[in-house]
Each structure stands twice: as structure tokens, then as C-alpha cells.
Design a protein around this ligand. Sequence first.
Ligand code: CS2
Length: 493
Amino acid sequence: MIMPALLNNELLKELPPHLKGPSYRPSEHGASIVHLGIGAFHKAHQAVYTDDLLSACGGDWRINAVSLRSPTVRDQLAPQDYLYTVTEKHNGKSEHRVIAAINKVLVAPENPLSVIELLADIKTKVVTCSITEKGYCLTPSNTVLDLRHPDIVHDINNLSSPKTMAGYVVAACLIRRQRGLPGFTFLSCDNLPDNGKTAGYAISQLAERIDSTLAEWIALNVSFCNTMVDRIVPAVTDAEKTQLHDAMGFCDDALVSCEPFRQWVIEDNFIDEKPPWHLVGAQFVADVSDYEKMKLRLLNGSHSALAYMGKLLDHDYIYQAIQDEDLSVFVDTLMEDIASTLPAIEGVDFDKYQLSIKTRFANTDIPYTTQQVATDGSKKLPQRILQPLLECINKGRISKPLCLVIAAWIHYLKGSTNTGKAITINDPLSAPLNTLVDKYRYSSMALVKNLGSQTGVFPDELMSNQEFLALVSRYVYTLDELPLRQLIVEINQ
Ligand code: CS2
């Protein structure tokens, strides 16, 4: 067989040895799922479960995906008949498989109406999203739509060409109601507590601005499911694309690489038929919140800690940071405090879970940069670090490790590592954060207070806690004087 240069349907007819592929014919299955925000994470997580489902049980569960901003993913996938490879990497070994779950990719800004029509189509039964924390356009409380957000202002005035996830869903619901069609199930796959419900806040508050009876229709006809999603999927590198080509003989511009582990816990709250993802490893449960808390705080919380502290200590990758003995012990101490805030989950052993997280972080085949995890800190720290800290305080004990992570974030915002290398800050609040850091650079208490109050990132209950303010400012002040490692070692003792 002559190998095609680029992965496509031809290749699917006869896969090279050692390459797994779908055991279904993609063209024989309809697409009843729409995914908003296709990126590496969706391609390595929900699309893989769905591909397994199609292989195991068939059904019309292929995915029509939408890019809300850039054409890149569509431009990579379209010439490949929407096929791509997922490479799972562990212990120096790579396992490749071809995923055929994506039916097509629409680029929203190119044709907003086609996306609205797709969402309004009666064949669409389930809508999923992975748009990152900032895509919800909520104020820091995560329950209130940010009516000053430029994209929300835009959507309120231009609902036929929206920019946000909420705008598209509201526009589609308007059409469904007009046409007398049923609603759908909306499933969030972002790292936010109560992510489905949170999506519901954004959607219904936007609908309320458009037409309050529409908000009522949504409440009755759309169900919002919380989910806990987990898989470490770093940005793919050119070297990985070359390795795939060398191993398999074809190019794949849409390759994703990730760890072997994956987990998906889904709230069983579907308004209509549900894809039986439980047959391929996902779990349907009545209440996801305890799983979400466990994962967001233990995994994502320590990931963020390793990102800020690791970067300050000049570790470029998470696996380097976790192999730093001082940071590794620090993560144990941090996890111990976090675990004290978690409700028990039947069948889950937190000690084992914590150990498995550390092993996953240490996977040297996964080049996850500290810089990537450090992105958007103002949107990540509230659920990962601040909420568990608040709960520790409410139980009568401030957590030094959690406070040090906050101080490390603030020090990171000052823009250089311990050896003076420049740090680039990527954060939706980078402008106000930079201004505050410049203004109060040498006044740690004023910096902490103003960061908290002017950006709204720290909840009021923390802002009014003197012990919290004093400890975090002491750490921020000390970090200007002493190396971070010294503080870490002090806490580890
Ligand atoms: C990471 C997550 O970048 C980040 O903020 O903490 O993307 C993490 O890798 C995933 O949530 C793992 O499931």
C-alpha cells in the first residue's frame, strides 16, 4: 500500500500495524452532539470517549465541533477528513490511535448563523463545551454574568452574530422556542466547580437580558449537567509530530499527545437521550460536586502551585518541578491541608489519589510547561486555592502552604524568576494586575489588599480576615528579600 502523506479516510481503510483506529465507519453515524470550543483537551478527552462509544455500540453520537475564535483547528482537521491521532505517552513508550468522532468543525466568526442553526437543529441532543474558565464571562464570584465584559455587551446588542458560548446558546434557544422544538442537555467540561450550573448562570442571565420569558423557557427545556473531567494534555510540539511521522509514515497536523490516564464523571441529569458513555469508562452519578472538589483542589491546586513556584525556581516543565525534592515535599503538605477540606467519596482513597497525581505529574514524556499551567491565574486560583483556604480558616486553622501559593502567584506577577529571567503574564486581568503590582511593588500589605479588592479575585470573607492578610503579605514581603526555596523549606519542616 502507498501510504498517504497526510492522515485521511484513505488511510482508515488499511491502518498501518501498531496503529489503532475506529472499528466503525464514520459516514454511517449521525452527529447529535455539538461541542463548543474544540481544542487539544476536547480532542484527547470527550472525543476519545465518544470514539470508544461509537466503536463499542454505534449510535448517532458523532460530534459537530465549533471553534469560537480561530480557524486553526478546522484548518488542521478539514484536509484530514476530520481524523487525527491521539498519542498516549508513558515510560518512554508512545501508543497511537486514530480518532474519527469529529464530523466537522465550524469556525463561528466566519458564519455565526450556521453555528446557531446547528445548535437549534432538532438532531442536536447534547451540547458540550470546553472554553476555559474565562470563556464564561462571569465576575469573580462565578455566579454573576459580567455585564461589562465587551463580548457580553456585544452579544446583548448583536445576538445574530454572537461572540460567546452563552450568546450562541441563547440565540439557538430563541430559535428552538420559536419553532416549537425541544431543548437539549448542556454539559460543561471546564475546570470550574458546578461547571454545568455555572454555564447555566451565564446562559440564563444573558437570556434574561434579551427576553425574560426566554430565560424561563431555558429553565424548563435545557438541563445543565456538571461534570468532572481529567486528563493532562499539554500543547503538542513539532518534535512529537515528527516522531509520529517517523513511526507511522504519515503527517498529522492535528495530532494531540497526552498521558494514558483519563476520567470523566458526569451528572446524570439529561433532558433527553444520553450517549451511553458509561459503557466506555465514564461514570454517571447523581451528584458530581465531591468529585469536582477533589480534582480541582488536589490535582489542579497542586498543578498551579507547581506552576508558580516551579517557574520562580526556573523549572520550565511540571515534571521538573515535581522532581525538585523541596517542591515534592511541599506538594505533600499542601495536599494534606487541601484533603482536610474534602468530603469523603465512597470507593475513593484520597492517599492513593494524591500519590497517583504526583506520579502523573512526574511523567517526563509529558512536556507540560509551568508557563502553560500558570496562565489565567486570576480565573483559576479561586476554586483551586482560595476556596480550600477559606474552608481551612472556617475550620479554625489557616493553611501556610495555601497562603504561600497565593504569595508565589503575586510574586510571579512581578515578572521575573529567582534568577532574574523574565516571565510573561497571560491573564485576562493582566492589565489591572500589572498596574497594581507596579504601584504597590514595595508595599506588600497594600499590594495584597488592593489585588484582592480591586480585581475581586479574593472573596470578601478572605479580605476581612486579618490573619490571612498578614500571613500572605509577610510571605510576599519575604519573597522580595529571601529565596522562595527558603520559605518552602521552612513550611516543609
Ligand atoms: C491544568 C489543567 O493548565 C491547567 O490549568 O491544571 O489543564 C490540567 O492539566 C487538567 O485539568 C487535568 O485534567
